[in-house]
Ligand binder design. Structure first.
Ligand code: FAD
Ligand code: SF4
Length: 341
């Protein structure tokens, strides 16, 4: 049985108090919300904070307003997002993404803030301490080499958050608080293309809220590829958000998840100014899927993941067009994958 290492737990009641503690403790301190990512990581000694700052008692992080635009507190649980009827109606990409995370138990604990700030994943990293020690660790924690790309100066661990691509497609902003005050930035600027420093936020900053722009005229969706439909981390995902007027696309955002160290924004500009025909979907999906660069460090065959990216983009665009739920090859077993390849 894996046990947690020793640490000191503090439970501030306000954002200001939490920021003060983070600033005073420095890099030894880390916040925890639901703990469904941080505590398993601590058990595997991937993350080893000496001070854990619990956010659960901070009522201000649980605010929610969905009225034209939306403001969502970082401590809302994924279950609360899934059950919110207005979110479901106006921001279906986020609701679908939240619903696809893990299991009901983990969604009851896991929060929006924790999902956005989720650690990146890799087959050589998400292992027990003993397993990682047996290969002399890797550069994401305690080692010097990348076992996925041994000549690489950087870590290629994968951004595996379900909500992050959906929020990017929806044009979200995030508010970060520290002892210096608050700042609000586009969520696109929060992510960094590096498996180790995957967030641009400082260690002493807390994500307090996610802000979504007005939904009028927009349609959105989120599709996820994983081995097991019941629950699994994404190994490829696509979020699409389109603004229509009289059947013509006025704005388009397509974001690919789990095929890089951050969610990747595709070039969907070819959709703008046109009706969404099958031919156009085919053409733009091919272009959007080109940015997918999966490596051999998550589940299933990487060539297959690269190949089906186009199918997922096309399915997401058809769904956003209003075609209803799409059949895409999710959860394929390896032998089926081989047949396709
Ligand atoms: C079996 C299993 C399956 C899973 N499947 C999925 C999946 O399919 N998709 C998926 O996306 N996730 C999955 N997860 C990961 C996790 O459950 C979710 O991402 C969850 O939403 C994390 O939220 P949390 O509140 O528990 O995060 P925590 O564990 O509390 O925190 C996660 C990280 O975010 C930081 N953090 C938390 N809140 C804040 C904040 N407000 N400001 C700044 N930093 C913050 C923490 O310091 C930590 O680094 C899975 C986990 C398990 C154990
Ligand atoms: S991509 Fe390389 S450095 Fe990063 S976690 Fe995997 S093996 Fe480690």
């Amino acid at each position: 049985m894996m046990r947690l290492p020793r640490f000191r737990y503090v439970g501030p009641k306000t954002v200001e108090e939490a920021c003060r503690i983070l600033a005073a403790e420095g890099p030894d301190a880390q916040v925890v919300a639901g703990g469904t990512d941080l505590f398993p990581n601590m058990k595997r000694r991937q993350q080893t904070p000496k001070v854990v700052v619990g956010l659960r008692r901070i009522g201000a992080l649980r605010g929610r307003s969905v009225n034209g635009a939306a403001v969502l507190g970082a401590n809302l649980t994924l279950t609360e997002l899934v059950q919110d009827k207005l979110l479901r109606r106006f921001y279906p990409a986020l609701q679908k993404a939240a619903f696809s995370v893990s299991t009901p138990h983990l969604r009851n604990m896991g929060t929006l803030g924790g999902n956005v700030c989720l650690d990146t994943r890799c087959n050589y990293y998400d292992q027990s301490f003993e397993w990682r020690r047996s290969i002399d660790f890797c550069m994401k924690k305690s080692g010097k080499i990348c076992w996925v790309a041994p000549g690489s100066p950087r870590c290629w661990a994968v951004s595996s958050s379900d909500s992050a691509p959906a929020l990017l497609a929806l044009g979200a902003e995030v508010t970060l608080a520290s002892r210096d005050g608050e700042r609000t930035i586009p969520i696109d600027d929060l992510f960094h293309d590096d498996g180790i420093r995957y967030l641009t936020k400082r260690q002493d900053e807390i994500l307090t809220a996610v802000r979504l722009p007005a939904h009028e005229g927009w349609r959105s969706t989120y599709l996820k590829c994983r081995r097991r439909g019941a629950f699994d981390f994404p190994i490829l995902s696509v979020a699409a958000a389109l603004r229509f007027e009289k059947g013509v696309v006025l704005e388009a955002r397509v974001v690919l998840g789990s095929v890089g160290s951050r969610p990747l924004v595709a070039d969907a500009s070819g959709l703008v100014g046109h009706a969404l025909t099958d031919d156009l979907i085919e053409e733009v999906s091919e272009k959007c899927a080109k940015i997918a660069r999966p490596l051999d460090n998550t589940d299933l065959n990487l060539t297959w993941r690269k190949r089906v990216a186009k199918e997922f983009v096309a399915a997401a665009l058809r769904e956003a067009r209003g075609d209803g739920p799409q059949r895409v090859p999710t959860g394929l077993l390896p032998q089926v994958v081989d047949t396709i390849a």
